[in-house]
Design a protein around this ligand. Structure first.
Ligand code: R5P
Length: 302
């Protein structure tokens, strides 16, 4: 197997390669003055199983274009099978038409990935479990929930009891995720918040909690973008009696000033994974990053 990395998350690609006991294969990615890229694989790939690691954040459009070019280069040079490891699949929130007149952006991405020659996709915690059905190639949909569960158990279980803990989904769309985590954690109680987002302004409101708020709250989400969902949820939970609020979110998209917003929020600690690399300038004291490299390596080698 040969592993190639785009530029979006080389540290993760290196960790995956290390777990597999191999090095990253060389690739040249040249950026022209106008921003266009030229990609060239620098190793023979004829009849090889090739893997490309490229989450599509922080620059979804540029990251996707680069991924398409790498897959194309591998295909043209005779790779037998190309697995695209896209730990964070950008555009996944645009998987259907919300308002008439809209494009279905995720479908465009899927068609292109398949057309350039990807044979298989490995990804993490998709926004909707229906997304793999939109592909015509196999999709391995991994989840960070088992890793989160281990951490939560260590942090919050006292004498085998969950007495002061509740898991919370910050929106109704996360119910399946929170139920799944509750099951892994021997049915720890859970609650959900009713969130509304104005599609035009992006403004978020949350006013109702379904379930009982306890002293320690663990908010679980698939991703943090601007941080607004978490801040609004934490404020509401704190008004309802939460004293200690932790967040577990798979994808640290961290757009705009999310890092500052989260640091200033009522949240005590934010746990996220390295599906997306967090640049130095966006790190903040309350953040702890957990690696998913081992899970990806296991999936690639099985
Ligand atoms: C939305 O449904 C997702 O699960 C996340 O809650 C959302 O994308 C987070 O976005 P933001 O951090 O901008 O509120």
């Amino acid at each position: 197997m040969k592993i190639f990395s785009g530029i979006s998350n080389k540290p993760l690609a290196q960790k995956i390669a290390k777990e597999l006991g191999i090095g990253l294969s060389p690739i040249e990615i040249h950026v022209f003055p106008d921003g266009e890229k030229r990609v060239r694989v620098l190793e023979k790939v004829v009849d090889e199983d090739c893997v490309v690691v490229q989450p599509t954040s922080p620059n979804p459009d540029a990251d996707y274009m680069e991924l398409f070019f790498i897959v194309d280069a591998l295909k043209r040079n005779g790779a037998k099978k190309i697995t695209a490891v896209i730990p964070y699949l950008g555009y996944q929130r645009q998987d259907h038409v919300f308002r008439s007149g809209e494009a279905v952006s995720l479908e465009v991405i899927i068609k292109t990935l398949e057309a350039v020659g990807a044979d298989k996709i490995v990804t993490f915690d998709l926004h909707s479990i229906k997304i793999p059905e939109l592909f015509h190639i196999p999709v391995v949909h991994l989840s960070a929930l088992p890793i989160f569960a281990k951490k939560i158990k260590k942090m919050s279980m006292v004498n085998g009891q969950w007495s002061k803990v509740v898991l919370v989904s910050p929106d109704m769309g996360g119910i399946r995720r929170i139920k799944q985590l509750s099951e892994i954690l021997d049915h720890v109680p859970y609650a959900t918040i009713e969130k509304n987002r104005d599609l035009k302004s992006g403004k978020i409101e949350a006013s109702v909690v379904h379930g009982t708020v306890k002293k320690q709250v663990i908010i679980v989400d698939d991703m943090i973008s601007t941080g607004s969902t978490i801040v609004v949820a934490a404020d509401l939970l704190s008004k309802n009696g939460a004293e200690e609020i932790f967040v577990f979110a798979t994808h640290p998209v961290f757009s705009k000033d999310a890092h500052t917003v989260l640091q200033k929020s009522k949240v005590k600690k934010v746990f996220a994974t390295d599906t997306i690399t967090v640049p130095k300038e966006k790190e903040f004291p309350k953040l702890e990053v957990i690696s998913v490299a081992g899970m990806i390596a296991t999936s690639l080698s099985s």
